[in-house]
Design a protein around this ligand. Structure first.
Ligand code: SF4
Length: 343
């Protein structure tokens, strides 16, 4: 599509999933120049980051800008104006945040408008018609966001009214079923590159419990704190956080991530996890951390010598192995969610 002889440039919010890939293809087919942005947050589950967005962008031959969101995003997650979804996912605030960032990038790069792969009614929290309106308004982009997959179900945007895109060639898909998108993907020869392990940790109950506990007990939460939530078994004893590694890789990571104030623990003469103790180093807290280390060691009964210290294991105590009830009482995710956990 050209205006005054100049091709219109549009900026896509590209997650790497099928819907946003289809939206890009529809815009390319209307003759627009398309660039894409992909947001990577500390809560993205994709191991590589980007959740397939890079592959989609390559496949569709559009330039891709990856925007990493960190501390600023953490503040939104901690105090969302529009609340949380089922777990700790502040989807409405998250979309507003990303659209604002995208709008800034669009201005810098000369894109005339932004479009997304959102489908009306697909997600309970953020994709209702009214919520889409709130998100646009709050992002300062009222009537300026195009959703090519559901456009015919929504009021015409400024983009359509100005004739920058042909509304007739846009779609009216709604709901959670993906059948129409899959059929369209075949017709348009678009491949779904979504990362199989992709998604957002904030929507997972167990992770949400750990994050909630962190917010409740720590005023200043860093990205490193969030990284730590992704590994190990997490326990809370008053002001203390105790993290027990589940395998060698996590043990090594815990040792690398520990701060100068944390104590670390290891059982002697038996297979042992590494345990971190954060918070005040009271006698009881040390005993709990040692008891958990003993519980997760290879020793199944009796008492275990557990060594601990800040920089090296220069202290020790004989710790009785905690019983399962004591362990579950300390566990952050609570009895119910942990019932499937192995030791
Ligand atoms: S699921 Fe996560 S990434 Fe997606 S909108 Fe909600 S908070 Fe944002």
């Amino acid at each position: 599509m050209a205006l005054n002889g100049k091709r219109t440039k549009a900026l896509a919010l590209l997650s790497g999933g099928l819907d946003s890939a289809l939206a890009v293809k529809l815009m390319l087919d209307q003759g627009l120049d398309v660039e894409a942005v992909n947001f990577v947050s500390p809560f993205c589950l994709c191991r590589k980051g980007g959740c397939g967005a890079l592959e989609v962008a390559k496949h569709l031959n559009v330039p891709l800008k990856t925007i990493n969101v960190g501390e600023e995003y953490l503040k939104i997650v901690r105090k969302p104006r529009f609340g949380y979804g089922k777990n700790m996912n502040p989807c409405i605030d998250c979309r507003i945040f990303m659209l604002k960032k995208a709008e800034k990038y669009a201005r810098e790069t000369g894109a005339t408008f932004i479009f997304t792969g959102e489908v009306v009614g697909q997600r309970p929290m953020s994709q209702h018609v009214t919520t889409l309106g709130i998100i646009e308004k709050e992002a300062g982009l009222n009537g300026k966001i195009l959703r090519p997959l559901s456009a015919k179900l929504l009021p015409p945007t400024e983009i359509e009214e100005e004739g920058l895109v042909n509304r007739e060639a846009l779609l009216g898909i709604e709901g959670r079923s993906r059948k129409k998108q899959i059929k369209l993907a075949e017709e348009l020869k678009v491949t779904d590159y979504s990362c199989p392990g992709g998604g957002c940790l904030l929507t997972y109950r167990e992770f949400a419990c750990k994050l909630k506990d962190l917010f409740e007990h720590k005023k200043r939460v860093s990205l490193k704190d969030v990284q730590l939530l992704k590994i190990g078994r997490h326990f809370r004893f008053k002001k203390n956080k105790i993290i027990v590694g589940r395998n060698e890789a996590e043990n090594n990571l815990l040792l690398r991530t520990k701060t100068a104030n944390d104590y670390y623990f290891e059982a002697q003469d038996t297979g042992s996890p590494i345990t971190l103790l954060q918070g005040p180093k009271t006698r009881t807290a040390i005993e709990k951390a040692a008891g958990l280390t003993a519980y997760y060691s290879d020793r199944k009964q009796g008492a275990v010598q557990v060594n601990f210290g800040k920089e090296k294991l220069d202290k020790s105590l004989i710790a009785p192995i905690l019983n399962q009830k004591e362990v579950e009482q300390l566990r952050v995710i609570g009895q119910k969610a942990s019932s499937n956990n192995q030791r």
